[in-house]
Design a protein around this ligand. Structure first.
Ligand code: ZN
Length: 137
């Protein structure tokens, strides 16, 4: 069994932003030359999310609107008494910062329209990370 690990690091530019990391993740998996196993993507941040969906610009706006509906930024949250980003934490609770993707014969088993989308809920940030961990053959 192989256990492989790499960290993707990037900056975000806006308070709310979707970053498509599919190409970067595929490049890592291709470089590893793995066959069959599980890929875990985990972002070690309390105000980020990872979702799998279509990277169509209109849908990306709709996804960000859904996040705003789940936790509007102008509510009177308890956490805002010590930090002004409760909405971003709550969005990360509703849409957690990890996904699992099966890998078969070295390929991510994503659907035709599925992309791996990191969602920034509290940007801009100079450093955001996604841990790419593989367990398998
Ligand atoms: Zn906070």
């Amino acid at each position: 069994m192989r256990v492989l690990f790499e960290e993707l690091v990037f900056a975000t530019k806006r308070s709310e932003q979707i970053v498509d990391i599919t190409g970067d993740v595929r490049a890592i998996v291709n470089r590893w030359g793995v066959s069959n196993g599980l890929l875990v993507l985990f972002s070690p941040h309390a105000t980020a999310s990872i979702v799998l969906n279509e990277a169509e610009p209109g849908l990306e706006r709709d996804i960000l609107n859904l996040f705003r509906l789940i936790a509007p930024s102008d509510e009177d949250y308890h956490h805002n008494r010590i930090d002004n980003n409760a909405h971003a934490h709550l969005r990360s609770v509703a849409f957690p910062p990890y996904v699992v993707i099966p890998v078969r014969d070295g390929k991510l088993l994503l659907g035709a329209w599925q992309r791996i989308m990191f969602v920034e809920n509290d940007g801009p940030r100079a450093r955001r990370a996604v841990i790419v961990q593989y367990v398998g053959e």
